[in-house]
Write a protein that binds this ligand. Structure first.
Ligand SMILES: NC(=O)c1ccc[n+]([C@@H]2O[C@H](COP(=O)([O-])OP(=O)(O)OC[C@H]3O[C@@H](n4cnc5c(N)ncnc54)[C@H](OP(=O)(O)O)[C@@H]3O)[C@@H](O)[C@H]2O)c1
Length: 296
């Protein structure tokens, strides 16, 4: 909801790259009371559609967008960020501007030579999937954002970082500081929680199919297990959600499982069993997992 008195300090926000994240963040921030200057994109059509969607303006050149903006979100694909930045620093006066990209794995090192431009660089990342230009803004409120903070000795840099934090908190998000050297590990954690879960479910489906399940039967059979486990993790936390043979320290069952797995499945099973033993040790301080550990 717009409020006349609200100001995060971001000023006019311009987007370079009118794709899924550009559309969604623009709409989300505009609905939260931020002022958008507009969009520039590779194709004028995308910039115009994003401008219509967010009630902002479409620009046909990057310099005019930069001149009309205090804060620039570079929401192009990761491999394009350096090129766009290069173009901005050569063509535009960036003094005092806040510039940020939204890549999960990359840092502000992509903004080479930023000190000479007088701009202040950040990366801001939502821990969620943004899959649809017109729908994903509705789910952004559930995302935790991370802001990469590097130069906290500079007063203006801190003011700019605070403006970003204020905007996200005002929109309803939790925002966490992350150091540049931790971004890759942070991004890997997100991949483990989302993409790797997909890989594990796929692996379980293949195993069920070897017992005679059809695709449909396997998917239906796993559904309550997956949903129940996710519910338990979200409700109780991962440590309390664990059930099954590792939690029971049932070495015999784990040993039998390993006889039926392919080499690749066995590697994954063993690696994750080691992680589950860590949970078992937290849950049962006195339990002896040495038999299980030897098996692996
Ligand atoms: N999607 C996600 O789930 C997600 C989540 C978190 C963070 N991110 C990050 O958000 C950023 C954008 O991702 P996205 O998913 O929104 O990608 P996307 O849907 O592919 O959109 C990127 C847009 O950038 C424009 N573009 C490409 N090259 C350009 C250039 N040289 N100059 C100007 N515009 C250019 C394209 O516009 P045209 O349509 O005009 O060709 C395209 O629509 C990436 O850094 C990504 O890592 C994505």
């Amino acid at each position: 909801m717009k409020e006349d008195t609200y100001s995060s300090g971001l000023g006019a926000i311009g987007f370079i790259g009118a794709g899924k994240v550009g559309f969604s963040m623009g709409k989300y921030l505009s609905d939260s009371g931020e002022h958008l200057s507009g969009y520039y994109s590779k194709t004028q059509e995308s910039a115009e559609q994003a401008a219509i969607f967010t009630g902002a303006k479409a620009f046909d050149n990057i310099r005019d967008l930069v001149n009309s903006s205090d804060t620039l979100f570079i929401t192009v694909p990761d491999k394009e960020i350096s090129g766009v930045w290069d173009c901005m620093r050569k063509a535009c006066d960036l003094k005092g501007k806040t510039v940020l990209h939204m890549s999960g794995a990359s840092t502000c090192a992509l903004f080479s030579g930023i000190i000479d431009t007088g701009a202040y660089g950040f990366s801001l990342h939502p821990l969620c999937a943004v899959s649809d230009r017109y729908q994903s803004h509705k789910t952004l409120s559930t995302a935790v954002f991370t802001i990469e903070v590097s130069d906290s000795s500079d007063e203006t840099y801190n003011l700019k970082a605070n403006a970003i934090r204020t905007a996200m908190i005002h929109a309803g998000n939790m925002i966490v500081d992350i150091r540049p050297e931790d971004k890759v590990l942070y991004h890997a954690a997100a991949v483990v929680a989302s993409n790797m879960t997909v890989g594990l479910v796929f692996m379980a489906e293949q195993m069920l199919k070897r017992t005679g399940f059809t695709d449909e039967e396997a998917s239906k059979a796993l559904s309550p297990l997956i949903k129940g486990t996710m519910d338990n993790i979200l409700r109780q936390g991962s440590v309390n959600a664990l059930t099954g043979p590792v939690e029971r320290n049932d070495v015999e069952t784990v040993s039998k499982h390993l006889t039926k797995l392919t080499e690749q499945e066995s590697e994954v099973y063993k690696a994750l069993t080691k992680a589950l033993i860590e949970i078992g040790k937290i849950r049962h301080e006195d339990a002896d997992y040495s038999g299980m550990e030897e098996l692996l």
